[in-house]
Design a protein around this ligand. Structure first.
Ligand code: FES
Length: 148
């Protein structure tokens, strides 16, 4: 099995059996809804933070296999991280998606399977939609905290 085949398999596994899928009616979560202007697909992400630690991440969306699998991978990658770690991970993920070198000590696990996406610019928004929603949720939480 070559590496591209393995990456494709990981993506399909997350697409068919997504982790942390489903949105909760719970206002202790910060909820952010984004859509992909290029295709109209939508993604909702919920993040729950306690003591500067991400204790839960949920997602629900309509989209292609890249988008939906990436939401699942994002939830697993960011869960149980501190807010500072999450921002570093997000930064490294965006570097990877653009085809730039990324720090494998920071960005670990299944997220690396999206490194081929840089060759398909039309899919970059698919791969990053859930990550952008999570980033916005974390920024909103930080802002809420600094406002009181
Ligand atoms: Fe719509 Fe990928 S084609 S999110």
């Amino acid at each position: 099995m070559n590496i591209e085949h393995l990456y494709r398999q990981v993506i399909m596994d997350h697409y068919k059996n997504p982790k942390n899928k489903g949105i909760l009616a719970d206002n202790s979560y910060m909820t952010v809804h984004l859509n992909n202007p290029s295709c109209g697909d939508e993604m909702t992400v919920q993040v729950k933070v306690k003591d500067h630690q991400i204790i839960d991440v949920k997602h629900q969306g309509t989209g292609c296999s890249i988008c939906c699998s990436s939401a699942s991978v994002m939830s697993v990658t960011l869960k149980d991280k501190s807010l500072e770690e999450a921002f570093s991970i997000l930064h490294e993920f965006y570097e990877l998606i653009k085809g730039y070198p990324f720090n494998p000590d920071i960005l670990k696990g299944d997220a690396v399977v999206y490194q081929g996406v840089s060759q398909f610019p039309a899919r970059i928004k698919c791969a990053t939609l859930a990550w952008k929603a999570a980033e916005q949720a974390i920024l909103n939480i930080k802002e809420d905290k600094s406002n009181g």
